[in-house]
Design a protein around this ligand. Sequence first.
Ligand SMILES: Nc1ncnc2c1ncn2[C@@H]1O[C@H](COP(=O)(O)OP(=O)(O)OP(=O)(O)O)[C@@H](O)[C@H]1O
Ligand SMILES: [Mg+2]
Ligand SMILES: [Zn+2]
Length: 328
Amino acid sequence: MSFDSKYYHIAEAQLSERKARNDRLLAKNQSEIAVNYPEIAEIQARLSRTTSKIIQLIVSRSSDFEEKFGEIEKENLELQRMLEQSLVKIGKSPDYLDVKYTCKKCKDSGYYDGRRCECFFEAVKAAAMEDLNKSSPLSLSDFNDFSLAYYDDSQPVAFGCTAREIMGENLDFCRKYAEDFHLPCNGILMRGATGLGKTHLSLSIANEVIKKGYSVIYGSAPDLFGKAEQEHFGNKERVTLEMLYDADLLIMDDIGAEFESKFYVSLFYTIINNRMNSGKPTIVSTNLSLNDLLSRYGDRTVSRLKTMDDLPFAGTDVRLIRAREKRN
Ligand SMILES: Nc1ncnc2c1ncn2[C@@H]1O[C@H](COP(=O)(O)OP(=O)(O)OP(=O)(O)O)[C@@H](O)[C@H]1O
Ligand SMILES: [Mg+2]
Ligand SMILES: [Zn+2]
């Protein structure tokens, strides 16, 4: 995987910050014990003396090495046991005075077996993702602010249902989708006129899914396509594209609002196809009808979009209703 070196620097800084934080925590624990429980500190001091004894023994090349080594080892184990028991007795965890590592595999060095550790790549990915989401209003919407009162309930608009009934189902679906989010899972196609809550509901899903620890990228199609295009033609490292493939959940908002280009059409296909093959869901929202989508993106893309859960949005422009409410 290729990444912009900027993200490598951010990841390196994070790893050393993590190490410094763990060192500080250990120093704090040690001084707490030294001040309040000198008898425990003494056990620890004896324990570390056994380590020096082992080094001395190795250097001395003594003839009774094995016998002495066995003795020290026994003492070492006994002291370790005493230390752990004393810590538990005062209500601490048995590893309270151990060196702390966030990543046990590489001991926070960022290297394992002479190679970069997985935790380092995780940090690189997180930095790249944060950068991509920077321009998005990710924290602005949640399910609790979504009101069905904005949708008319007086007459049926489609399938014998009122706009409120349709939107009530959409809301329930999205809540459940976010709640049960797992991989692999199906994507969602949100279709409908402007101001009906597509972005609001997709951001609400994003917030829940992020809370569960999944990686999420949200972006408008013009924005995401534009970034990927710059990387493609600017001969830059393909951070955006990698992220678009890699994120656990991708939200491509406003498909159809981007400038019409063959490059975007094939990019859209590649993204959707790639993600489907790896079982990673995409939420696509659009003002276009299925026919418009078909004539713009072609049947290979649209037949994939049709396998997603289809949510038709109904009602009158909530953006306008809210703007009017504010004025009054
Ligand atoms: N049911 C709702 N309850 C509360 N606020 C809503 C609701 N639906 C939409 N809004 C608010 O109205 C505004 C427009 O909604 P949103 O951006 O989600 O519409 P959209 O369907 O994405 O429109 P567009 O197609 O123009 O992108 C936003 O500020 C959103 O928070
Ligand atoms: Mg929108
Ligand atoms: Zn690691």
